[in-house]
Design a protein around this ligand. Sequence first.
Ligand SMILES: [Zn+2]
Length: 293
Amino acid sequence: MNNTVFSVIDNTVRIARNNEDFCEEDYKNSEGLLICGKCHTPREKFLDFDKTSKFYERYKNHPFPVLCKCRKEQEEAENIRQKQIETQMLIERFRKEGITDENYLKYTFSYDDNKNPNISRACKKYAHNFSYMYRLGKGLIFCGQVGTGKTFYAGCIANAVISQARSVLITNIPSLITKLGYSQEGKNYILNKISYVSLLVIDDLGVERDTPYSLEKIYEIIDTRYRSGKPLIITTNLKYKDMKTDENTSYRRIYDRILQMCHPVAVLGESRRSQKAQESSDFMNDFLGLNQF
Ligand SMILES: [Zn+2]
């Protein structure tokens, strides 16, 4: 029995010795222990066995290899570097899987023109405190006219949350409904995804066709997310007060769930799309020397 234990220890020490990188500057101290020539801390030590222990007799004069200070620091730095690489790979995977429409990749806070500083501040605060919001299960619903930047803000939050190595899915109802119409396997896959991602973003709620079939599917999507207890962010042209007062049963059960999960954010202001179109038109008129429209 003793021999087996000893041979396990001896073998472990032998492997550790084989992996050591000895350098010429290393030297022995007065106790006969090897000292690192770079950081001058021990690379060996005697283990503190109890004098009555069976190991004491065998190993009392036996130096065991240990990591000196500089090698320990090197190993820790390597572990940190490895962890950073793994986190980076995870972030890239989450971005690839969560943002399938590459237009959303451009929606980041660094591109924010800050024309709506209150909203920008609120969105940054939400993204920055996402772990807390996640624990509360609190999402947002961005309401406002077409082109006011609702999707941009939701996209900024989605990208910021992915950068924290959290999974996100940014999508829209028509795309989800199509996927729910696939085989049972495909349907289960998308329902699982709706449940497990840390943040689900549904862009442009309200533009889909309101057939009984699609309303049933929308309810299935929203209810699946609701039961996960995780945050949901929605952008919509629907009016918040209409969502609160709609008496149609099919809509009511959808909106009730959404209003429980999502805090309303009104994105006001003129349409950025028409503003951009106007700027582009002004530029062409100037350039061509026209002034017709
Ligand atoms: Zn050293």
